[in-house]
Design a protein around this ligand. Structure first.
Ligand code: FEO
Length: 171
């Protein structure tokens, strides 16, 4: 595997681990607000992020690349409001989409077709993740002045099924 692609994949593993940290931090923030449904939803998403990191980790190993685990920085832990916390998640997903797109460009530029094809899963996944975060952000923004509305969304989010363990994540 070309070293530029290897480096790009290692950086993406780091970005997915940071996503795991960020969703955990947002989950803890909602736990403190006693919005248990939001906390649950964010925690399930954290598990999905871990699965995203592990899928890249496994791919790098499979291709004989060198895995280099980078230090994961501390995420923010306090937000001004529920909508600000969800907005942080939305902005982060938009940032991850840009990263993935750049990584696909890099793989294509290096004629690494296998990596480009593998990354298409992430391109599709980001469409879904951005749309979900965007909808949640706008819904929370809409009801923020009303505790009743926030509690209704909280009840709905509590129903999110647990993520599959990383090793069983969709191929
Ligand atoms: Fe792994 Fe939410 O992007």
């Amino acid at each position: 595997m070309k070293s530029k692609v290897e480096q790009g994949l290692n950086e993406q593993i780091h970005a997915e681990f940071f996503s795991f940290y960020l969703y955990l931090a947002v989950s803890a923030y909602f736990t403190k607000l006693h919005l248990e449904g939001f906390a649950h939803w964010m925690r399930v998403q954290a598990q999905e992020e871990l699965a995203h990191a592990m899928k890249l980790f496994d791919y790098l190993n499979e291709r004989g690349g060198a895995v280099r685990l980078l230090a994961v920085e501390s995420p923010q832990s306090e937000w001004a409001s529920p909508s600000a916390a969800v907005e942080a998640v939305l902005k982060h997903e938009q940032h991850i989409s840009e990263r993935i797109n750049r990584l696909v460009d890099l793989a294509n530029g290096e004629n690494d077709h296998a990596t480009a094809v593998m990354l298409h899963w992430y391109v599709r996944e980001q469409v879904e993740e951005e749309a979900t975060a965007d909808t949640l952000y706008h819904q929370v923004k809409m009801v923020e002045a009303s505790p009743h509305g926030l509690l209704m969304i909280d009840r709905e989010l509590a129903g999110r099924p647990a993520a599959a363990p990383a090793a069983e994540a969709e191929a």
